[in-house]
Design a protein around this ligand. Structure first.
Ligand code: NAD
Length: 275
């Protein structure tokens, strides 16, 4: 099956499918079914984390789909209490075991957790894991400019991407500019604003204009602006709908309308204060 979709080449040379499936708050069983359904619909990218407690389910879903391991891009993350060189190394081994995989495509530090001040040591563990072949690419999540610069200054290794909260209500233009300057890709989490952006009149009007759904319009907005995006659903019809976004384009008026929706409003915690 040839699947229409788009890819981004990371600064380390590895290629990531631009649109993936998020599985936060999915049970093991829901994750297994959603991943298997997504792969059948054309997705080749899944985003999980040790704290989601569904890595076993993700591994089962990949196996159930029958896809070859190398055809699917799998991301997991090191949780806050797993930070530090030794703990992060052990956490990755445990994730691989739960996923039933010999490597993950991308490993992220889930939060900088600045009060713990362990993210540089944790980053060194990710660098070592990449050298050992347990991880193809390494990156971070919820980092701001000062955390990114410190990692690069102290290790000489830059994250392939930064996965941050980003949706029409929180457009993160300043941090995206920082990413551009540092050549770090932007990955959007809660890309639909946890579903809350779907009922906004601007989105509904654009959706009606293009004969697409509100979710498709927002996913298209992320893709067209060059971001990697991981909308979550465990409902087969929505999983399919969210992937059916490669046959239309938003125009300048649409993009200007969505730009006006930015309220700098977070649904998740402030990375400087968490945990
Ligand atoms: P999201 O913005 O993807 O919204 C998901 C919700 O939108 C679903 O629960 C569903 O209710 C609704 N939805 C999805 N598709 C729909 C459709 N077609 N029609 C109608 N409603 C639809 O929110 P999210 O799950 O918070 O974020 C996506 C993924 O990002 C997560 O699953 C996870 O993988 C990742 N994430 C990462 C972090 C981090 O700290 N790195 C934090 C939160 C989420």
């Amino acid at each position: 099956m040839s699947i229409q979709q788009s890819f981004i080449t990371l600064s380390d040379g590895n290629v990531i499918p631009q649109l993936g499936l998020g599985v936060w708050q999915a049970t093991q069983e829901q994750a297994a079914n959603a991943v298997s359904e997504a792969i059948k619909s054309g997705y080749r990218h899944v985003d999980t984390a040790s704290v989601y407690e569904n890595e076993d389910g993700v591994g089962i879903g990949i196996k159930q789909s029958g896809i070859a391991r190398e055809e699917v891009f799998v991301t997991t993350k090191v949780w806050n209490p797993e930070q530090g060189f030794d703990k992060a190394t052990a956490a990755l081994d445990a994730s691989l075991e739960r996923l039933q995989l010999s490597y993950v495509d991308l490993l992220l530090i889930h939060w900088p957790a600045p009060k713990m001040d362990l993210y540089v040591d944790t980053w060194k563990a990710l660098i070592a894991a990449k050298k050992q072949g347990k991880v193809r690419s390494i990156g971070v999540s919820n980092f701001n400019q000062e955390h990114l610069v410190r990692l690069i200054d102290e290790t000489g290794v830059k994250p392939a991407l930064n996965q941050i909260e980003l949706h029409p209500f929180l457009q993160q233009n300043t941090l995206q500019q920082v990413h551009k300057k540092l050549v770090i890709e932007t990955q959007a989490w809660s890309p639909l604003g946890q579903g809350k952006a779907l009922s906004h009149p601007t989105i509904i009007a654009i959706a009606e204009k293009h004969g697409k759904s509100a979710a498709q319009v927002i996913i298209r907005w992320h893709l067209q602006q060059g971001r990697i995006v991981i909308p979550k659903s465990v409902t087969p019809s929505r999983i399919q709908e969210n992937f059916d976004v490669f046959d239309f384009s938003l125009d300048l008026n649409d993009l200007e309308g969505i730009a006006l929706m930015d309220e700098c409003h977070r649904f998740g915690p402030d990375p400087l204060l968490f945990p």
